[in-house]
Design a binder for this molecule. Structure first.
Ligand code: ADP
Length: 190
């Protein structure tokens, strides 16, 4: 099994690119953000707890998303691998992922990172807010908090995966097709 991580700040275009990636490489897409929004929509206990955190621009507890990931790995069959979108987002999550994969003697295949500058994050998320109406896209304050959360908690993963020689960064500026082709040129190597 291949385990690709789709990395990048909020608004980098991960969700957009994920669709093409899973199709081309026969992967199962796991978006922890989408899974959490599903829990919220279903009004579960977990969803209720997650809602308050997400709408502040904070992260939900590591154990919550780690459990989601492990259960997807166990239940999804018939694919060549997984595309993790929005996970891991903290160092403990990255270590937990390594531990989960180690149980079956597997490792992360590659981390593909889509990079855009902070100014563009704000611009893109505001554009998305008009179309999708996500509660965490609703105000500049929340978006700024998500950007700060990214820099403080998620960015250290760049060093983590660079050290493991599993980190590949591409420029997220350009058309959807241009960015997609940059991603494909990396994924084709694995
Ligand atoms: P984006 O990539 O645009 O920030 P996501 O849909 O990936 O949005 O995530 C939305 C929110 O869900 C995050 O801001 C966070 O609160 C929560 N979330 C998603 N994935 C994780 C994770 N791996 N760990 C903790 N919280 C998460």
């Amino acid at each position: 099994m291949k385990y690709f991580i789709l990395f990048g700040p909020p608004g980098a275009g991960k969700g957009t690119q994920a669709t093409a990636m899973v199709e081309k490489y026969n992967l199962h897409h796991i978006s922890t953000g989408a899974l959490l929004r599903k829990e919220i929509a279903a009004g579960t206990e977990l969803g209720l707890q997650a809602k308050a955190l997400i709408e502040k621009g904070s992260l939900v507890p590591d154990e919550v998303v780690e459990g989601m990931i492990e259960s997807e790995f166990k239940t999804v069959k018939g694919v060549d691998g997984f595309l993790l979108d929005g996970f891991p987002r903290t160092l403990p999550q990255a270590e937990a992922l390594d531990a989960i994969l180690a149980k079956t003697s597997e490792v992360v295949t590659a981390t593909v990172s889509i990079m855009i500058p902070d100014e563009m994050i704000m611009e893109r998320i505001k554009g998305r807010a008009l179309k999708e109406g996500r509660a965490d896209d609703a105000s500049e304050d929340i978006i700024n908090n998500r950007i700060a959360t990214y820099h403080n908690q998620t960015e250290p993963l760049i060093e983590y995966y660079s050290k493991a020689e599993r980190y590949y960064e591409i420029d997220g500026i350009g058309t959807i097709e241009e960015v997609r082709d940059r991603i494909f040129s990396i994924m084709d190597r694995f």
